[in-house]
Design a protein around this ligand. Structure first.
Ligand code: COI
Length: 358
């Protein structure tokens, strides 16, 4: 049972909310949010609130020193009356690792789950019931103490906001290989879901968009040779009939969808290799048709096909197949996430109900 109650303000906000037909990704905001504060070494109980502006001191360290880590996860409610989450404990563990990397306080497991249950439960009437659509949940933790000294804040806030969404990429993605900027280096914060990594990717993402590409592909910081990930997504390629994905190098974000696809592929009997993947080798494999398909995955992206990879010199490499293996994996993953198929991995978990419902 949720330890939070739905206040009349939250109930009214949910009641007034109309779910539009077109959702996009993040364009539609759920009218509910959760907020808890950490002061004097302890978390308060937190509260469920109507979505709205928050007060933050202009000198807060989150704003100046990017003292902010976050998660991305989803609640599903397809053909059912009550929502479920997917691998939420993995999100909690990753948030704890991200917080640890930035020496921020850990969000206790119970607070994390209570907050998610409260937001997802309160938002139940506006969770899309169409396959591929869901309620995206964005837990985030940030330092609110004001000051320029380079040390951690003494005060933190943990919040959860939510958005009814469709897939991040609705058409096959056009990828621009980034050979100048670097997203993250080994020893840095690349393996943490830290906002700083996303800031580092913005220039290349905007430049890619200006050239007509969907997303930037990142190479390792040392040699600018090995594939790391796409902005906000991990990468897979089908090479000589086997699935290949870059091995986690300490700078790549360990995606929960990535890990789920590895497990699903192995369960389906596909050969899967996690290894260092030189970008030039992949491009040569696409050109010679040894590589038949490339795709991306992530909580937001689910499993998204890639139609073309473009190099800095403007040369484009188009895999022969689009959305074949990707589709098989996406359908298997979504069927488990949406509870339309058995869940042999024990990945899904019901949202805890409220004592008093809407
Ligand atoms: C997610 O997939 O949850 C992310 O954080 C990626 C972001 C680009 C939306």
């Amino acid at each position: 049972m949720s330890r939070y109650v739905i206040s009349p303000q939250v109930a009214a906000a949910v009641k007034e909310f109309k779910l539009p037909e077109r959702l996009g990704f993040g364009a539609v905001v759920a009218p509910v949010m959760f907020s808890a504060q950490w002061r004097d070494g302890a978390w308060d109980n937190g509260e469920l609130l109507p979505y709205g502006p928050i007060e933050i001191l202009p000198g807060a360290r989150a704003l100046h020193y990017a003292e902010l880590v976050f998660e991305g996860m989803k609640a599903y409610c397809v053909g059912r009356t009550w929502p479920n989450l997917f691998r939420p404990r993995d999100n909690w563990q990753r948030l704890a690792r991200s917080a640890e990397r930035l020496s921020m306080p850990k969000v206790p497991e119970t607070l994390f789950f209570d907050a998610l249950d409260a937001v997802a439960g309160a938002c139940r009437p506006l969770i899309p019931n169409v396959s591929g659509r869901s309620l995206y949940l964005r837990p985030f933790l940030f330092g609110t103490e004001s000051g320029y000294l380079l040390r951690n804040s003494n005060e933190f806030r943990f919040m959860v906001i939510a958005n009814p969404v469709e897939s991040y990429a609705t058409v096959p993605m056009r990828v621009a290989i980034e050979r100048l900027d670097v997203r993250a280096a080994v020893g840095g914060v690349g393996a943490a879901k830290a906002s700083a990594n996303y800031a580092a990717s913005l220039r290349a993402s905007s430049a890619a968009a200006a050239r007509g590409y969907t997303v930037a592909l990142w190479l390792d910081a040392r040699d600018q040779r090995y594939i790391q990930e796409l902005s906000g997504m991990n990468l897979f390629a089908v090479i000589r009939g086997e699935l290949h994905t870059p091995e986690l190098d300490g700078a790549i974000l360990p995606g929960i969808t990535r890990d789920s696809l590895i497990a699903l592929a192995r369960q389906m009997g596909m050969e899967l290799r996690e290894r260092r993947m030189p970008i030039d080798e992949l491009l040569a494999d696409i050109a010679s048709a040894e590589c038949s398909e490339v795709f991306a995955c992530g909580t937001a992206a689910i499993v998204s096909p890639i139609s073309v990879l473009a190099d800095r010199d403007g040369r484009e490499y188009a895999p022969a197949k689009i959305d074949v293996v990707a589709k098989t994996l996406r359908e298997a993953l979504l069927a488990i996430q949406e509870r339309r198929a058995p869940d042999p991995f024990g990945w899904t978990r019901d949202v805890a109900p409220f004592t008093a419902t809407l």
